[in-house]
Design a protein around this ligand. Structure first.
Ligand SMILES: *[C@@H]1O[C@H](CO)[C@@H](O)[C@H](O)[C@H]1NC(C)=O
Length: 236
């Protein structure tokens, strides 16, 4: 027997001993920590196999984007994702709207369009330069059946320049991708930090004016498009 095969048969024996195939439900589940959310319990179990005991129904493995309040399946809204490092959103970008400049702190996003049209812009991490030595900006024009990638931490935005909504599917490489709004978060710093950051071009009361002008929403309307489509600002 070669040394590797001796090792692998030793491992096989060890694994067989350690994991009885039909293990009785563990005591642990009887003293269920019911005050913990299902997501938290799923994160605490010893093995991936044990997670199935906490998800006994087939429906536990189904997420309905159409009928959920918030069309994002992450480990909180869809606990079956726990342990698998992925999440998804199926939604629409309203006519004439732009998703506010944002980033996902823990995930790369695969953004695919199923209908309509979307322009995306993405600014990757520092030191990614164009041929002239300036920060590189990557733009994509997406139609149905096309996809782009927003690497984790990259700043990005999507614009729907048309009069119809654009349907998209976005997949993320984390169960908890997270969301940061670049302007909102930048302007949360104290005035002195903001003044210094912007080379003293905005100062004092102007900083508050900018703060107040930043929309608190995820998407804003694109004026030119609204007039082209004959839509009002409040309409979606
Ligand atoms: C876009 O999605 C909405 C909501 O799910 C759906 O009603 C509509 O038919 C879709 N549009 C197209 C063109 O697929």
């Amino acid at each position: 027997m070669r040394p590797e095969s001796a090792l692998s048969s030793a491992l096989a024996v060890a694994i067989t001993l350690a994991i009885p195939v039909k293990a009785a439900p563990q005591q642990m589940f009887k003293r269920a920590t019911t005050e913990l959310s299902l997501t938290a319990q799923l994160q605490l179990v010893d093995t991936a196999v044990d997670r199935y005991l906490l998800l006994p129904k087939d429906e536990d493995f189904l997420f309905d984007f159409k009928h959920s309040e918030f069309p994002v399946a992450n480990r909180k809204t869809f606990p079956a994702l726990v342990g698998y490092g992925a999440s998804m959103s199926i939604s629409q970008l309203a006519a004439c709207s732009m998703s506010f400049l944002h980033l996902h702190p823990r995930a790369t996003e695969l953004f695919a369009l199923t209908s309509g049209r979307v322009h995306s812009e993405m600014v990757p991490e520092g030191s990614v330069l164009d041929s002239e030595g300036n920060q590189r900006i990557i733009r994509a024009e997406l139609g149905p059946g096309m996809m782009t990638i927003f690497p984790a931490g990259s700043f990005h935005t999507q614009v729907n320049p048309d009069c119809e909504p654009a349907n998209f599917t976005a997949a993320f490489t984390s169960e908890d991708f997270g969301f940061s709004l670049v302007a909102d978060q930048t302007f949360s710093f104290s005035d002195d930090v903001i003044a210094a950051t912007f080379g003293q071009t905005i100062a004092g009361e102007d900083i508050d004016k900018v703060r107040d002008a930043i929309p608190g929403t995820i998407a804003i309307k694109v004026e030119e498009c609204l007039s082209k489509c004959g839509k009002q600002k409040r309409q979606t």
